[in-house]
Ligand binder design. Structure first.
Ligand SMILES: [Zn+2]
Length: 330
């Protein structure tokens, strides 16, 4: 039997990306900047437009369903968005039912970290493993976990919000409102903030020359590749935070591997030695040999993972018992 063809949607705070996926491969893709100001109604129109672009000539026939991933928290059991800090106005939106009713196809809604863990497990760096923890390090930090050969979900599908693992009693304020979270120390946003502070006292550094308007994590990686000592010391600090967070995850889940994705993983080769050194220093001896790997699917882990969550081989192309859903007041 041929692999199922499904549609993957990755709803991010900056981009909506849609792809036609078969066996973990992207057959067609399309993207637009997320219409954050337009709210759910505008973004659902973006979904429609982008899906039209990637559908094969035969349209929806032969498409088994839609897998959509989004930042959380969301309730993947009911297919409902609970509240996305970067997308205000989406609270309580029955995303799964709206899309199922519009398209007549089964829809799976999944947290983006969990979807990406699934993508890396089925089609990326975690193929063949029984236990893995995926960590995405970008604007924030998110994750997903496979244990004993199963993708974990937890209550309301909210497992593995690893960015909010507290690393310290005090420290920077996190986007979640908490203090001392892993994300507040080690996200791309935190790295950019540390870099912005550092260049003020090092105006002659390569980093200061690269990020003349606004310094991002990407600038830090670029400058470190040009042997800029300031950028290299910022990455050493970043790697120590990552290694500390990863050590907590090793102890908590006992995976075969930790897989790192997200924008900051573009500097993975530079970060890896100090991440490993930190794990060697901080983990219990029995956990020290666990592999730490870079994600293999890059920015597509979530897109491919969500698309691969759709149950295959549905003969009835329509969703039985789908109840009419009304548009939320926006
Ligand atoms: Zn937090």
């Amino acid at each position: 039997m041929a692999d199922a063809r499904t549609i993957g949607i990755d709803l991010g705070g900056t981009q909506v990306r849609v792809a036609l996926v078969e066996g973990g491969r992207l057959l067609a893709r399309a993207a637009e900047p997320t219409d954050v100001a337009g709210g759910p109604r505008a973004v659902l129109s973006q979904f429609r437009r982008l899906m039209e672009k990637v559908l094969p000539p035969a349209g929806w026939s032969g498409i088994d369903g839609i897998g959509i991933c989004s930042p959380g928290p969301l309730d993947s059991e009911t297919g409902t968005i609970l509240g996305i800090p970067t997308l205000p106005g989406w609270e309580g939106l029955p995303m799964r039912d709206i899309l199922a009713q519009e398209t007549g196809r089964p829809v799976v809604l999944e947290n983006d970290g969990i979807a990406a863990a699934h993508g890396e497990w089925r089609h990326g760096a975690g193929q063949g493993l029984r236990h893995l923890v995926y960590v995405t390090v970008s604007t924030g930090i998110g994750g997903g976990v496979v244990l004993d050969g199963r993708l974990l979900h937890g209550r309301r599908g909210m497992v593995a919000h690893v960015g909010h693992l507290p690393l310290s009693l005090d420290g920077p304020r996190c986007a979640c409102g908490g203090i001392g979270c892993f994300e507040a120390f080690a996200s791309g946003t935190a790295l950019a903030r540390a870099a912005t502070l550092a260049v003020a006292s090092h105006p002659d550094s390569a980093l200061a020359r690269l990020g003349t308007e606004r310094i991002t994590a990407r600038h830090v990686v670029e400058a470190a590749r040009q042997d800029d000592a300031l950028a290299q010391s910022l990455l050493t600090e970043e790697a120590r935070y990552l290694g500390t967070g990863f050590t907590a995850l090793l102890h908590l889940y006992s995976p075969d591997a930790i897989i790192m994705g997200g924008g900051v993983s573009q500097g993975y080769d530079l970060l890896e030695p100090d991440i490993r050194r930190t794990v060697q220093e901080r983990a219990l001896p029995a956990f020290r040999e666990v592999s730490i790997l870079r994600a293999a699917l890059g920015e597509d882990s979530g897109l491919i993972g969500a698309a691969s969550l759709v149950p295959a081989g549905q003969d009835d192309r329509h969703v039985d018992g789908a109840v009419p859903v009304s548009w939320p007041a926006v």
